[in-house]
Design a protein around this ligand. Structure first.
Ligand code: ATP
Length: 368
């Protein structure tokens, strides 16, 4: 166990084969919302559960918090199996999308609330509440009420209220969803900086992939109640192991091809009569020799040229975004998205123009 900056010990979290089966109220049938999940969150680590709506993120979080009981499997917080421990004794704090502030209490009282419930001495309530108010840059707002604050400030109060009780684990359920895009970005940076500074083990649920990338040590991608892939943001983006993950995190083109075998470390993939040697093709699960496969390529990993390149196509759309131009290039009847950053430094192509494409082969993955 490590000590967080608040002085309290943080704990790791371990999920062992947890499963949650709900009985659907309408049909009476069983529905597996979470299916034998194993997850190990280290002390002080920030892990994000990311996935489409209904994939089981919130249910997983709720099983850690104790608001939901697993149908089978175990949850450990630190060394403790928490199966028989109620939510308020688990040493966790939750931050919600809705802030869940008490409207009739002022900001100071909102932040102090958890300490009062825990029957901490009055002196300590004052000391710790003031310290967290300062940490969260809320000093001066003590006497205001929640409805007199902006959304961002309210979320900061919610965070202050969560950390003041010095939890071993912080759980975040889409905490920034109610904020507008700009504020969301600045709050997520603030939140990440705070989490690092305090060193509190954190699990964060979101369906926003850029948020997950920006704040996490590790991203866990879920789909239909199971984990499809987990890794650092870099691993997930650069080495997706399925079309689903490649598409869910960022954008990806899937260019149809035929796998012609290995040449040393290189996977040879034929596309439109040209054979590409791919130097870091990935695991290539389910790909067979002379069978179909696809090249997963990020839009920024394709170079456009008017003169040369192994793949030829025609620009069907060019959209200028300032920092980049996004092209749609028809490769036969397959649309390929290409992003060119710093458009002022490169040739601009017009709709209808013929282009050649080169894949940056290090950035290409071979998937089934
Ligand atoms: P979202 O991003 O929309 O919040 P999620 O990934 O958090 O989605 P969960 O809330 O964990 O998804 O729900 C997973 C599945 O379990 C969904 O299909 C949901 O309808 C179902 N579910 C959740 N709670 C219950 C319940 N109490 N009774 C029946 N089914 C439930």
């Amino acid at each position: 166990m490590e000590k967080s900056a608040l002085g309290k010990k943080s704990s790791g979290v371990v999920l062992k084969e947890i499963t949650k089966i709900f009985q659907q109220p309408d049909t009476g049938k069983d529905f597996v919302a979470v299916d034998h999940i194993n997850l190990n969150i280290q002390d002080g680590e920030m892990v994000t559960l990311l996935g489409p709506s209904g994939c089981g993120k919130t249910t997983t979080l709720r099983m850690i918090s104790g608001f939901e009981y697993p149908t089978s499997g175990s949850v450990f917080i630190g060394e403790r199996d928490v199966a028989k421990i109620p939510p308020n004794k688990r040493g966790i704090s939750m931050v919600f999308q809705s802030y869940a502030l008490f409207p009739h209490l002022n900001i100071w009282e909102n932040v102090a609330y958890g300490l009062k419930v825990a029957k901490v001495s009055q002196d300590e309530v004052v000391r710790r509440t003031n310290a967290v108010m300062e940490l969260m840059q809320l000093t001066g707002m003590e006497r205001r009420f929640p409805n007199q604050l902006s959304g961002g400030q309210q979320q900061r109060v919610a965070l202050a209220r969560a950390v003041v009780i010095e939890p071993s684990v912080l759980l975040f359920d889409e905490p920034l969803s109610n904020l507008d895009a700009k504020l969301r970005e600045s709050m997520r940076d603030e939140l990440r900086a705070l989490q690092k500074r305090l060193g509190i083990t954190s699990l964060y649920v979101t369906h926003d992939q850029s948020e997950a990338m920006a704040i996490s040590d590790r991203v866990v991608i879920m789909k239909d109640g199971v984990i499809c892939q987990q890794g650092t943001p870099t691993e997930i983006y650069e080495q997706p192991n399925s079309r689903f993950v490649a598409n869910f995190i960022g954008k990806a083109n899937f260019i149809d091809g035929t796998f012609r075998g290995m040449d040393g470390e290189n996977a040879l993939v034929e596309v439109g009569g040209h054979t590409f040697p791919i130097p870091a093709p990935g695991k290539m699960e389910g790909v067979q020799k002379d069978g179909p496969c696809c090249l997963a390529v990020r839009p920024e990993s394709i170079l456009l040229s008017e003169e040369e390149g192994p793949l030829s196509g025609r620009v069907s759309r060019a959209t200028y975004y300032g920092a980049k131009v996004e092209y749609e290039v028809m490769l036969g009847d397959q649309p390929i998205i290409v992003e060119v950053y710093n458009p002022q430094l490169s040739k601009r192509f017009a709709e209808g123009e013929a282009v050649h494409m080169t894949l940056i082969d290090r950035c290409v993955r071979v998937l089934a």
